[in-house]
Design a binder for this molecule. Structure first.
Ligand code: SF4
Ligand code: SF4
Length: 85
């Protein structure tokens, strides 16, 4: 899993490796697993009915998980691109 940092603040769980940040809102996540199924790199998994990040280093930032989540519970941020703008 490399040097991914995980931070939990209330309902928000943040995973960050310096390149990519994935934020999951565990309150909004209803556990439909769409994000897990659509992720082509198996970055995501389910734990006790909620989506979690298991291997951020594999994330291609394709945004499919964010786009497919019906509850806006997952957000992907490209940290390296955000710095440039
Ligand atoms: S952005 Fe793409 S590769 Fe990254 S977790 Fe989401 S679906 Fe998977
Ligand atoms: S698609 Fe959204 S609501 Fe469904 S498991 Fe993933 S984060 Fe949760």
């Amino acid at each position: 899993m490399g040097d991914t940092k995980k931070e939990v603040k209330g309902n928000i769980t943040c995973y960050e490796d310096g390149r990519t940040k994935i934020t999951l809102n565990t309150k909004w996540c209803k556990g439909c697993e769409y994000c897990v199924v659509f992720c082509p790199k198996k970055v995501l998994s389910m734990e006790r009915g909620k989506a979690i990040v298991v291997d951020l280093s594999q994330c291609t930032r394709c945004m499919l998980c964010e786009l497919r989540c019906p509850d806006f519970a997952i957000e992907v941020v490209k940290l390296d691109e955000a710095k440039e703008s």
